[in-house]
Design a binder for this molecule. Structure first.
Ligand code: SF4
Length: 94
């Protein structure tokens, strides 16, 4: 796939970048040993940007949608996990 995959939905409404269940960060980073959204920042106010988010980089090399530390899914969904945000599209390699 060319270009960065869209964040098609994000359920983490207390994040600065979230409005109406859409991520409006230009690009997010997903990362580490656990597929969490590293760009998540809980704030009372929200971004004014209209454009919706994409996945800039992903460090979760054990995901089947990861190639060269880059996400190649058609799109991802981000959801709550404890007090942070996780990529729900994560799929361990079979
Ligand atoms: S938690 Fe991540 S995907 Fe969701 S709105 Fe915030 S930056 Fe975007």
């Amino acid at each position: 796939m060319d270009g960065m995959p869209p964040v098609t939905k994000c359920e983490v409404e207390n994040c600065f970048y979230n409005r109406d269940l859409q991520c409006h960060a230009p690009a997010i980073n997903v990362g580490g040993e656990h597929p969490n959204c590293d760009t998540f920042i809980p704030m009372g106010n929200h971004i004014g940007r209209q454009g919706t988010g994409t996945v800039g980089a992903c460090h979760v090399s054990q995901c089947e949608y990861n190639a060269d530390l880059t996400c190649v899914a058609n799109g991802i969904v981000v959801t709550h996990h404890a007090d942070h945000a996780d990529c729900e599209t994560y799929e361990p390699r079979g």
